[in-house]
Design a protein around this ligand. Structure first.
Ligand code: ADP
Length: 475
């Protein structure tokens, strides 16, 4: 049985700040269902220490200059029973605030050391003198917090291969070069072909340089990050390693997001029995004080309200949507000017546009359940989840041709895709969608194609497994 150590700084349901936690929570479960002995390694933040089930101590690590003594616990993930190794180092991880910053939102001052410890222990567990009997065949690292692990493995003679996955290229773990020795990195690693990044030390760069393979969360994003526009300074290295870089789409939680058993919805529906969606639409219109209009095309949008998500284009096309008899239901939080512009828009069109500022899981399900069309015009989108939820809920998505949006939505087949990154490009595509909406059989085919698409983690896990197998055989 293949043994994989999955090192990560967050995993649902123990601790979550973003999409990394969803992947770290779901992928190991799906891998285990394929017969892989995948185990997690996580820092012992307070919610992890209290949530971990059946924890026992399995090893101890001595203190070293700059690093505290640490205990290694082995327990299991609540709900899924995935084995989880947890680093119990209270001075590093039992803090007020979140995993990365304090209660005021300021980064913990010793994040370099905190995540170097995570990376160091990940590598140690793969080395011949590991204190554990369980020895991984491969180390899977995720984002900058585990980026030093492939470097440590390299300087330990590469006992096992490693994969570095990029979930968010914007966070690169950049620290002053003076930390090099304190983090246990040899002086010769501080060069462009190493951990150096424009005069500093970058944890992510270290992972991208030393890992045996790089992956990211969609095939299109794997191409886009090799270009200056979306490469965030890493495009040179990523294009040099293009033949060791793949994109594997994330799955979605098909139990949470299932229109035939979704407790947030007023009634259920499915691809075989889609009629309940009409009642979901009526209930949503009523909930949001929109006019009850069964035939009006209802556009939904659930998003962080940031520049990335293309809300400025949505604001520009809103009047056009209303002129065509449409309605808009928007939910999100984010940048204050975007929030304000949306609230103003809704105030000028009562009964036609609803804007809810806030984070509301239930309403996000009801918008997916009740809307006809979902807008997701992101400027860039590594993978994206909402377009996959929309497909599953028969809410035909309109997306920009970028990243995972391009890889999941097929123009004219299960949704609509625009390439011209502008409000005009979005508008032309909305017009095409409205034309199809008026043709009931055509619309039904679009909905059906989306609702029957496989967005399961099993499909992603199979791709990771074949990557692991190739690397382990080569090693
Ligand atoms: P990103 O990770 O860039 O925010 P994704 O589409 O990958 O975008 O994931 C966003 C996730 O957060 C989805 O699960 C979405 O439903 C959820 N979400 C975003 N904003 C809200 C909100 N205001 N209320 C409820 N859920 C939200």
């Amino acid at each position: 049985m293949m043994q994989i150590l999955f090192a990560t700084s967050e995993a649902r349901p123990l601790i979550k700040t973003g999409g990394l936690a969803d992947v770290s929570g779901a992928l190991p479960v799906a891998l285990r269902e394929l017969g892989v002995d995948c185990r997690l390694l996580l820092p012992g933040y307070r919610p992890v220490m209290t949530g971990l089930e059946n924890a026992t101590e399995v090893a101890r690590f001595d203190p070293s200059p700059g690093f505290p003594e640490a205990r290694l616990l082995l327990g299991s993930m609540p709900g899924s029973q995935v084995p989880v190794y947890v680093i119990d180092a209270p001075t590093f991880y039992l803090r007020e605030g979140g995993p990365y910053n304090d209660a005021l939102g300021v980064d913990h001052v010793d994040n370099a050391q905190r995540f170097a410890l995570l990376s160091r222990i990940a590598a140690l567990l793969c080395e011949p003198d590991s204190p554990l009997d369980w020895r991984p065949d491969l180390l899977h690292c995720n984002d900058w917090q585990t980026g030093l692990a492939p470097a440590y493995l390299n300087f330990a003679g590469r006992p096992v291969p490693s994969v570095m996955t990029i979930h968010n290229l914007a966070f690169q773990g950049i620290y002053p070069p003076e930390l090099l020795a304190a983090l246990g990195l040899p002086p010769e690693s501080f060069k462009p072909a190493g951990v150096e990044y424009y005069g500093n030390l970058s944890f992510l760069k270290a992972g991208l340089y030393y890992a045996d393979w790089i992956s990211t969360v969609s095939p299109t994003y794997a191409q886009e990050i090799q270009q200056p526009t979306l490469g965030m300074g890493m495009q040179g290295l990523l294009s040099d390693r293009a033949d060791q870089l793949t994109g594997i789409l994330n799955g979605i939680d098909t139990a949470d997001w299932n229109p035939s058993s979704d407790l947030h919805l007023p009634c259920e529906f499915s691809s075989r029995a889609p009629s309940g969606k009409r009642r979901c639409k009526q209930a949503l219109q009523s909930d949001l004080n929109l006019e009850i209009a069964p035939n009006a095309p209802l556009f939904g949008l659930v998003s962080r309200l940031t520049h990335q998500k293309g809300l400025d284009w949505v604001i520009q096309v809103a009047q056009g949507i209303l002129d065509q008899g449409g309605q808009l239901a928007i939910l999100g939080t984010g940048e204050k000017p975007v929030e304000q512009a949306l609230v103003t828009l809704a105030q000028s069109h009562p009964g036609r546009i609803s804007v809810t500022i806030g984070y509301d899981e239930g309403l996000s399900h009801r918008i997916e359940g009740g809307a006809d069309i979902f807008l997701m015009p992101s400027r860039f989108e590594p993978c994206g989840l909402n377009q996959m939820y929309s497909l599953r809920y028969g809410t035909v998505p309109i997306v920009h041709a970028t990243g995972g949006l391009k890889d999941t939505v097929e123009d004219g087949v299960n949704g609509f895709v625009f390439s011209d990154a502008s409000a005009h490009g979005l508008w032309l595509t909305i017009e095409r969608a409205l034309y199809a909406f008026a043709d009931k059989p055509a619309w039904k085919r679009l909905m059906q194609a989306g609702m029957t698409r496989d967005s399961s983690w099993e499909r992603s896990a199979r791709e990771y497994l074949s990557l692991y197998q190739r690397l382990v055989v080569q090693a």
